[in-house]
Design a protein around this ligand. Structure first.
Ligand SMILES: [Zn+2]
Length: 294
């Protein structure tokens, strides 16, 4: 059982990181108005903000992880550390897209980038929780807990409940403004968190969302897709790519790139994406088991 007090403090600290990054982006957009090269100044400032508050979020997640680990009394030696999310190459693309799509409306531009920045900041927390859970001999389970106003996509992810890190590839599929919270529980036989009821979410998902998912379009998702991943232009490419993951350390990054490539090809939702995702994740899981010596 995850300690509720620790969890609440952790969630508040993560919110602090994402709120601060959103505010910093607002200030940045304002400040860049006078810059000689607006887009370049914005790009640099945006990358710095994501790095600063992302590192802070990774640190917050690390402290949470360490506290839970200590409280659980596991004895296996392991040194948890912070893992930054590898998002740097996406940022210039986001800035260019945001500038192009908002047509000089700086309030809209600021909103858009602020929302994306909070996503990336929390991805640092995800990466830290995930990467430690993957390596830790204590084998905790992890989950992404939907926040109270979460969208259907996040409710669907939340309905999967606590899992071992290896199964969670799709959980890193955060979206702009997503405030869901990555957690771990070292009590892997009975992981639980007050107020988080994956079974109820699963029932809701089965009743209201399953099957309809293919036809859904999230409000902001629409036609926007992430950039292509070089060398990955077909499902076969992506399958090969995850099948050739060289070490355990590369698993998360390769899986994320694979997801990005598929999203580029198929968009975020729809049956075609789901089908491709399932095919690729089977290859990814097989490779993971080989690397983990299972
Ligand atoms: Zn969410």
């Amino acid at each position: 059982m995850v300690d509720s007090g620790l969890y609440d403090a952790y969630k508040a600290a993560l919110s602090g990181c994402s709120d601060s990054s959103a505010r910093a982006v607002m200030v940045l957009v304002e400040k860049c108005q006078g810059a000689a090269d607006f887009e370049k100044a914005l790009e640099e400032g945006y990358a710095a903000i994501v790095k600063t508050f992302g590192s802070a979020a990774a640190q917050v997640a690390l402290e949470f992880y360490v506290s839970l680990r200590e409280a659980s009394g596991v004895s296996a030696p392991y040194e948890p550390k912070a893992y930054p999310a590898d998002v740097g190459n996406l940022l210039p693309y986001e800035v260019a897209q945001a500038v192009a799509s908002t047509l000089g409306d700086s309030a809209k531009l600021a909103d858009l980038l602020a929302a994306k920045s909070t996503q990336h900041v929390l991805e640092h927390a995800d990466q830290t929780v995930y990467s430690n859970a993957l390596r830790d001999p204590a084998r905790p389970k992890w989950a992404i807990v939907p926040n109270p106003s979460a969208c259907d996509w996040c409710l669907m992810l939340g309905s999967r409940g606590f899992e071992y890190a290896r199964e969670s590839t799709a959980k890193s599929a955060r979206h702009a403004n997503c405030r869901c919270t990555p957690v771990v529980d070292f009590d892997a036989s009975n992981p639980a968190l007050d107020g988080y009821d994956p079974d109820a979410l699963y029932d809701y998902y089965s009743e209201h969302l399953k099957g309809k998912w293919g036809g859904r379009r999230s409000g902001s998702g629409g036609g926007k897709r992430p950039p292509a991943v070089e060398g990955l232009s077909s499902i076969a490419d992506v399958k090969r790519y995850v099948s050739e993951t060289p070490t355990l350390d590369d698993v998360h990054e390769r899986n994320q790139k694979a997801v990005q490539a598929l999203k580029h090809m198929f968009g975020n939702d729809g049956e075609a994406y789901e089908k491709a995702f399932r095919a690729v994740s089977a290859s990814a899981k097989r490779r993971y088991r080989e690397l983990a010596g299972e």
